[in-house]
Write a protein that binds this ligand. Structure first.
Ligand code: GAL
Length: 810
């Protein structure tokens, strides 16, 4: 293949290039039914059964909670169970099991001679796709993206009917999966000669201060009779200025792979602080005509993982301050919404978090796009199960047939994202404890090395001694320990070649605004109200308080960093109340299911962020604890803080590394409750007071306040406003123990999409228009309509002055 590379600077705008492929997002126009139909029934009859839906769609999230729906009688080895137990709420107590059908007319593409593909970003699960009643293809793994060639089945002379059958078996997951076509779908019309699906691979094998070498690999599919192909690739900097140009000409016989190499002068480097993105535009010409063009974003950054010195980005030492995220978006379920993900990332950024682990499956592309743009490093994880399942109907059923394909597709889809820094081949797989585990690990790690030699493979081991003994740890490039804070140093000594980090850490549990007495270090928390303590000392038996992991990370340079379990609460897995309890969502989140910050947010921020943090807890409304101890904690990065209760000093605290809970927080244990106010005053290095925080005892609930995250949202049903709803006393203090039932109305354009209060035990459907506050708060999610104008949200409650907020839809 002839390669010619020119270094031309030009001011041509990227948008100026003709788009020769036609892509239609299939969002509207779908019909859905949750029923087990035959293909004929789905194709022709039963029109009256079908509901109109918009994709992304999660059929389960709008359903009612019912703990009978997902009872699982199981022995969870990872929890240390010695016998099976009846688990409740494990997958969210929502109706995600069952069979559903989607149907859509395809009317737009009418040009014979073109090729037609349908691309699914994710269908949960067991998707089977039919066109005009003929089976086209499918995908068992609900998290995999896939493309199907509809051309042989597509009738250019009439309306075509796309049908998608979805089947979720019970016992297929340890957590909420969502149900249905929960990620976007696109119809793509292409020339006979075109860039293959995920057919570009951009790498930056050489980066110096003077230049960056860029290699662009392109696979061209040639279904036509083209004999020669010209490939032109232009690279653009973030301002849209062309910084390099490459042309390749090749005689071809069928499909062809091109490799182009360019140099970019003084490339700007991508990092969490400065996420600079470049774009490669590739155009394919055959017989002198433009046939296809694709755009690929990429970035320049170097990754170094050192067994003794930890992680380096662009040559600079950096700890991974990461969180694990499940894919559900709380009350929106699994249905992807870019704004909802962006809001999560905005909060994590504010906390000082710089990394995400997509536990335990391929993420939405939207997440990776946002991580590229906002500056997060990502561990993309492929599997939670290999051949030996954790759930009766889990991924193990498909492993032998699909694992290689699923992993390769994942890498091909995501390899151009600069945010992706490592590939995880598995989380806590049962094979750690089995003789053939090392072999399977090598099989998967070799796929990673073959498909993407630029990034390391990794896995998360909870049974780490076995994973070491069985060769799993040796198979991967980076050895991830789940909850092994007590053993990092020893394993580092014994295995000096391992590059170690905390792939899953802490698993602390807390309920926002709930505090339990006495405040204590507690690895088996259990309380009668099915809540856990906001003092941030409750965690599961295999976990630790956040402080324990902070200390390990600070004391051991060799550790790459940590991924806390979890950034946000998620649906399902309500430990420690997984048996016979009303709970249906987790307590692990640093931020709750509604997206409201727990106190823990400020503990992490005080350790991870450079911004000043001064946060005091608990709330100060304890009429039932008059004269009784109510310990006070301050999460801060100031060196010295003094506490005052109703103006009386309770002493100055500094951080003290000798105690488990004094190195990263300041604690006043002996405070007796009296109504009024608590105040913390922070002093700077020179001893001057520089900031203070006051929390006051709240009076009776009096009014409702609504505060929207943004005052304007975009028209079209995909933009969302997140409205924080609070019950306040007449002075404007939050009533922190309020549980008022509030009722919602929406006027004008837009629609109430969901309500969520962050209470894991609340079984009110997210799609109700009423809900109780939890800790005096909840979040209303409002979706924009197609019309421009205004949307007004009104909340009322008994004996409360109503609250309203008005947003512009633009
Ligand atoms: C880990 C597991 C996670 C979650 C967590 C809860 O063992 O990898 O998926 O279950 O425990 O602490």
């Amino acid at each position: 293949m002839g390669i010619k590379c020119l270094f031309i600077l030009s001011l041509l705008s990227m948008q100026a290039f003709p788009q020769s492929r036609k892509v239609e997002l299939l969002s509207d126009g779908w019909e859905f039914v949750k029923k087990d139909l035959s293909i004929d029934e789905a194709l022709v009859r039963g029109g009256e059964l079908w509901d109109s839906v918009r994709v992304p769609h999660d059929w389960a999230i709008v359903g009612s909670f019912d703990l009978n729906q997902d009872l699982q009688f199981d022995r969870i080895i990872e929890n240390g169970d010695t016998e099976a137990k009846l688990y409740t709420g494990r997958t969210g107590a929502l109706p995600s099991s069952g069979t559903g059908w989607y149907r859509r007319k395809l009317v737009s593409f009418k040009k014979p001679g073109k090729r037609i593909y349908v691309e699914f970003d994710g269908v949960m699960s067991n998707a089977q796709v039919f066109l005009n009643g003929t089976f086209v293809g499918g995908r068992p793994y609900g998290y995999s993206s896939f493309s199907l060639d509809l051309t042989p089945y597509y009738d250019f002379n009439r309306e075509n009917i796309l049908l998608v059958k979805v089947e979720n078996k019970p016992f297929m997951s340890r957590f909420y999966t969502g149900a249905g076509i929960y990620r976007p779908v696109r119809l793509v019309e292409l020339d006979e000669v075109h860039v293959a699906h995920w057919g570009t691979c951009v790498t930056t094998p050489e980066i110096t201060s003077k230049h960056g070498r860029v290699e662009v690999g392109t696979t061209v599919e040639n279904h036509g009779k083209a004999k020669s192909i010209r490939l032109e690739t232009d690279l653009y900097d973030p301002q849209g200025i062309r910084v390099a140009h490459a042309v390749s000409n090749g005689k071809v016989d069928g499909d062809a792979d091109f490799k182009q190499s360019c140099k970019v002068v003084r490339p700007l480097l991508w990092s969490p602080r400065n996420p600079v993105l470049y774009t490669a535009i590739t155009r394919v010409y055959a017989d002198g005509l433009l046939r296809d063009s694709v755009s690929t974003r990429f970035g320049f950054r170097t990754l170094d993982f050192d067994k003794d010195k930890g992680f380096f980005l662009n040559g600079e030492s950096l700890k991974l301050k990461g969180v694990c995220l499940h894919h559900d978006l709380g009350p929106l379920g699994a249905a992807v919404n870019k704004r909802a993900i962006e809001r999560q990332l905005e909060m994590l950024k504010d906390m000082g978090c710089n990394a995400i682990r997509t536990s335990h499956n391929p993420p939405a592309v939207e997440l990776l796009d946002l991580c590229d743009e906002m500056g997060f490093m990502v561990q993309v994880e492929a599997f939670d199960e290999w051949r030996n399942g954790k759930c009766k109907n889990g991924y193990h059923r498909f492993f032998d047939e699909w694992a290689e394909r699923d992993l390769v597709d994942l890498i091909h889809r995501d390899r151009n994202h600069p945010c992706v820094i490592m590939w995880s081949i598995g989380n806590e797989v049962r094979e750690q404890d089995m003789g053939n585990g090392g072999e399977t690990a090598r099989f998967l790690a070799d796929i990673v090395r073959r498909e993407d030699p630029t990034r390391p493979s990794t896995a998360g081991f909870n049974n780490h001694w076995k994973a070491i003994e069985n060769g799993l740890a040796d198979a991967v490039d980076l050895v991830g320990f789940n909850y092994k804070h007590f053993d990092y140093a020893k394993q580092h000594d014994e295995h000096p070649d391992y590059i170690l980090y905390g792939s899953e850490t802490s698993s602390a549990v807390s309920s926002r605004g709930v505090y339990k007495f006495p405040m204590k270090d507690n690895w088996t928390p259990w309380y009668h109200d099915y809540q856990v303590s906001g003092y941030d000392m409750d965690y599961v038996p295999w976990g630790s308080a956040p402080d324990t992991e902070f200390a390990q990370q600070d004391d051991h340079e060799f550790l790459l960093g940590e991924f806390v379990w979890t950034g946000f609460d998620y649906l399902g897995e309500p430990s420690p109340y997984g048996e016979g309890a009303p709970s249906r969502s987790s307590y692990f989140g640093i931020i709750d299911l509604a997206g409201l910050k727990k106190d823990r947010f400020y503990l992490y921020k005080s350790v991870w962020s450079d911004e000043p943090v001064l946060h005091v807890s608990p709330h100060w409304t304890w009429p039932d604890r008059m004269g009784m101890p109510v310990p006070v904690q301050c999460y801060t990065n100031y060196p010295k803080v003094e506490l005052f209760v109703n103006g009386v000093g309770h002493g100055i605290r500094t951080k003290d590394a000798s105690g488990k809970f004094t190195r990263y927080r300041m604690v006043w244990e002996d405070v007796k409750y009296e109504p009024g106010e608590i105040k913390v005053v922070a002093y700077d290095e020179s001893g001057e007071p520089c900031e203070e925080r006051v929390v006051r005892t709240a009076g009776e609930p009096c009014r409702i306040r609504l505060t929207a995250d943004r005052s304007r949202i975009k028209a079209g049903a995909d933009d969302l406003a997140f409205i924080t709803v609070e019950v306040l006393d007449k002075e404007g203090n939050l009533c922190p123990r309020d549980a008022s039932m509030l009722f919602f109305r929406v006027e004008g354009g837009g629609r109430l999409r969901a309500l969520c209060n962050g209470d894991a035990t609340d079984l009110t459907s997210f799609s109700s228009n009423y809900m109780r506050t939890f800790g005096g708060k909840l979040v209303a999610v409002v979706e924009s309509g197609t019309e421009l104008g205004e949307v007004k949200v009104i909340a009322t409650g008994e004996r409360l002055k109503s609250g309203t907020v008005t947003l512009k839809i633009e």
